[in-house]
Design a protein around this ligand. Structure first.
Ligand code: TUI
Length: 307
């Protein structure tokens, strides 16, 4: 199962791990890279020095390539954009914005640039500015999302650009990976399934909540503020949606989510924490190692595509 993404990223299997804030730290990234995929350290809202340490620790755990995801809404995004050059990180993905202003600096440093996009317009713009590939993320994904589904977004982006497309949003097993190949993608980015891996450092309550979740357990908050976020329904999302319905301001709503992802990931607070997860959570039924997850997904997809 070799695609242009395997050659571009020098990886064995066309699987990229999602850049999930708080969750995607050096243990997870190194485990995915060691298993033949592309592991990613998510910068989230962390300061540059914290991410420098994460990068150095990942390098101690793997000699395979890995990436850093820069969340562009972070106040530290521009510092981290420079840090990846200093630390000679081979691959950068970006999320929740347009990374245009950093692209020339990264290209000069020889970094492979893969913006996450949720529209054809941004995919085309990224190709024009020199991106090496794009992650096209459908709204089945967890966390900050766009409008379109994976099923509709991937073929439209594949038709609009020549660079390889990595599909994200809703991929949880080999059927999902095979399906996005049929849509023209050349790799799949997987988030939620890696959250429940043995190597993931998230609180056991978070893993259990994903394993226990049903198909309809996630919801989207923040549509009214222009920052839609998918997470598992709980007391926090219920309060948030109620206040949103009452027309509360972005600032008031933000008070509810400030630090809430950390609360869920680190403290296991399943009531007030933000349990970001994709719609595929309902399919995920057990904890496995990253190696087991990747082997199982690739074997299943390969079998289906031979049919
Ligand atoms: O970035 C993500 N997912 C995330 S970031 C995150 S941290 C956060 N926490 C609370 C509130 C907000 C963020 C949690 N999950 N995925 C990549 C992604 N990017 N999905 C959609 C987009 C996107 C959307 C619009 C990228 C660009 C865009 O338009 C930019 C433009 O200027 O056109």
């Amino acid at each position: 199962m070799k695609t242009r993404i395997c050659d571009l990223l020098k990886i064995e299997y066309p699987i990229v791990q999602g850049g999930m804030a708080w969750v995607a730290e050096h243990h997870l990234a190194a485990a995915v890279s060691n298993a033949g995929g592309l592991g990613i350290i998510a910068a989230g809202n962390a300061p540059a020095e914290v991410i420098r340490e994460e990068i150095r620790k990942a390098k101690e755990l793997t000699d395979k390539p890995f990436g850093v995801n820069i969340m562009l809404l972070s106040p530290h995004a521009s510092e981290i954009a420079k840090l990846v050059v200093e630390e000679k990180v081979p691959v950068v993905t970006t999320g929740a914005g347009n990374p245009e202003s950093y692209i020339s600096m990264w290209k000069e440093a020889g970094i492979i640039i893969i913006p996450v996009v949720a529209s054809v317009a941004l995919a085309k713009r990224m190709e024009k500015y020199g991106a090496d590939a794009v992650v096209a993320e459908g709204c089945e994904a967890g966390g900050h999302i766009g409008e379109l589904t994976t099923m509709t977004l991937i073929p439209q982006i594949v038709d609009a650009v020549s660079i390889p497309v990595i599909a994200a949003g809703g991929i949880g097993d080999g059927r999902g990976l095979a399906a996005v190949f049929m849509l023209g993608a050349e790799a799949g980015q997987i988030g939620t399934r890696f959250v429940v891996s043995h190597e993931s450092i998230v609180h056991e309550n978070y893993k259990k909540r994903i394993i226990d979740s049903k198909d309809i357990d996630s919801t989207v908050t923040g549509r009214s503020t222009g920052h839609p976020v998918r997470s598992i329904r709980n007391n926090m999302t219920r309060n948030y949606l109620k206040l949103e319905k009452e027309g509360k301001s972005f600032e008031e709503l933000e008070l509810l989510t400030l630090g809430s992802l950390r609360k869920a990931v680190m403290e296991g607070d399943m009531s007030e924490g933000s349990i970001m997860a994709g719609q595929i959570a309902g399919l995920i039924s057990k904890q496995q190692s990253c190696k087991e997850i990747i082997t199982e997904i690739v074997t299943e997809a390969d079998k289906l595509m031979r049919l």
